[in-house]
Every structure is written in C-alpha cells, then in structure tokens.
Design a protein around this ligand. Structure first.
Ligand SMILES: O=P(O)(O)OC[C@H]1O[C@@H](O)[C@H](O)[C@@H](O)[C@@H]1O
Length: 227
C-alpha cells in the first residue's frame, strides 16, 4: 500500500454505518418495506448491493420498474420514516467519534459528510447528534447524479472543501463507498459496523477500523504526527 506522499488535508465521512452504527435498522426497514409491497428481498441485498446507493437508484431496482418522481417521494418517505422510528431510541455517535472529530479539527483538517441519505435522514442524525459544527460541507443524495460506487459524492465534497482528491481520506462502511472513494482517487478507511474487514480490504480500503477509538498507530501518526 502506498501512503500519502504529502499530508492529508481533509477527511470525508460517510454518514449511515460510519458516523452512526445504524445499518441494521436500515436493513430491517428495507425488508419490511419490500414485504409491504409483496416482494421478498434478502437482507444481504440491502447490506451489500444497495448499501451506499441513493433511494432513487435502490427503489426502482427493487421494484424492477421505473418510478416517477412523485411515487419515489412517497415510497422513500414510507421506508425512511419507519427506519427513523426504529433507530431513534438508539441514536448515538460511533465510539470515539466526538474525540476523533475534535482532534481532526484541532489538527487543521477540513471535514465534510458525503452521504447517500436524503435530507430528512441527514437532519435526523447530524442535528440529532449536534454534529453540524464539525462539518463545513455536507453532500447528500440530491447533490449528485450517481450514487456510490460512482465517485461523485466524494468528488463533490472535495470540490466544496477546495481540496485535491488525493489529499482526502474517506471513512466508509459500505463496499460501494470504498469503491467510490478509490474511484475518486482518495485514501479509504473501512469501518466494520456491518461488513467484515477482509471484504472492505478487498474492495480497496487502505485501513480498516471497528470504530474511531481504535485507529492503527501508523494511520494515527499520518493524521496527527508522532505522539
Ligand atoms: O451514504 P450513507 O450515509 O451510508 O447512506 C446510505 C443509506 O442511505 C439511506 O437513505 C438508504 O435508505 C440506505 O439504504 C442507504 O444504504
């Protein structure tokens, strides 16, 4: 693995499954949503194939037909309001998150969120946990044409931050997200809230962590210098 040849200047965070350990609630809501439409879709499909994609891509693929903008709004709200209801009692930042974000900010890194989540879900997590002050940019589902594994969301975040993609590190839990970060030419850290470390490594993650309190020493040094 080749390490950055110059200091990293920005950190871009995926939201669902990365800042918060909520993917099992998303998957539960997706399975219930599918059943309510008379479809049987296994949980693995949402964990692997769809995780990181936008609802505008997931819902037509699930239904096997195009969906009008109006119907998409209705179907999306049905699934997402159920997800928020399921996850609300458990809403909390991933272990070590607050301290890590504070240290990154203190070290002068620019911080952004790049998520496939729609507006209401971003507000639910980012406002619910008072995280907005950490991030100077938030890129969401409606800001890009193509969801992950396309690099669009991460490239949009780097552009908004005014940094070169090669100076960015991405934190991601989804295989599609790791692929997107690498396609954007960024360094990728896999977060194993849902997907096993070897799968994230195989997708291209340079480092893999269970949470933000467990950074490999080498990576910690890269971000913050020698202890
Ligand atoms: O890009 P993020 O923050 O991981 O968001 C991904 C998720 O966004 C949600 O809105 C979708 O309903 C999920 O199925 C999807 O996996």
């Amino acid at each position: 693995m080749s390490l950055p040849s110059r200091p990293l200047s920005a950190a871009i965070f995926d939201m669902d499954g990365t800042l918060v350990d909520n993917m099992r609630f998303h998957v539960q809501a997706w399975v219930a949503f599918s059943r309510s439409l008379g479809l049987e879709s296994p949980a693995e499909r949402f964990e692997r194939e769809f995780n990181g994609r936008r609802n505008a891509e997931i819902i037509p693929a699930l239904l096997g037909r195009p969906v009008s903008a109006e119907e998409l709004v209705q179907l999306e709200e049905r699934k997402e309001s159920h997800y928020r209801e399921l996850y609300a009692p458990h809403l909390r930042l991933l272990r070590g998150g607050h301290e890590f974000l504070t240290r990154l900010r203190g070290a002068g890194l620019k911080l952004a969120v790049a998520s496939a989540a729609p507006h209401a879900n971003r507000a639910f997590v980012l406002d619910g946990l008072a995280l907005r002050p950490f991030f100077s940019q938030v890129v969401g589902a409606e800001d890009v044409k193509r969801g992950k594994p396309a690099p669009d969301a991460f490239l949009a975040a780097a552009k908004a931050l005014g940094v070169d993609p090669s100076a960015c590190v991405v934190f991601e839990d989804a295989v599609n997200g790791i692929l997107a970060a690498r396609a954007a030419g960024m360094f990728a850290v896999g977060v194993t809230t849902l997907i096993p470390a070897e799968v994230l490594r195989e997708a291209g993650a340079h480092w893999v962590i269970p949470d933000f309190a467990s950074l490999p020493a080498e990576f910690e040094q890269l971000l913050f210098g020698a202890p």
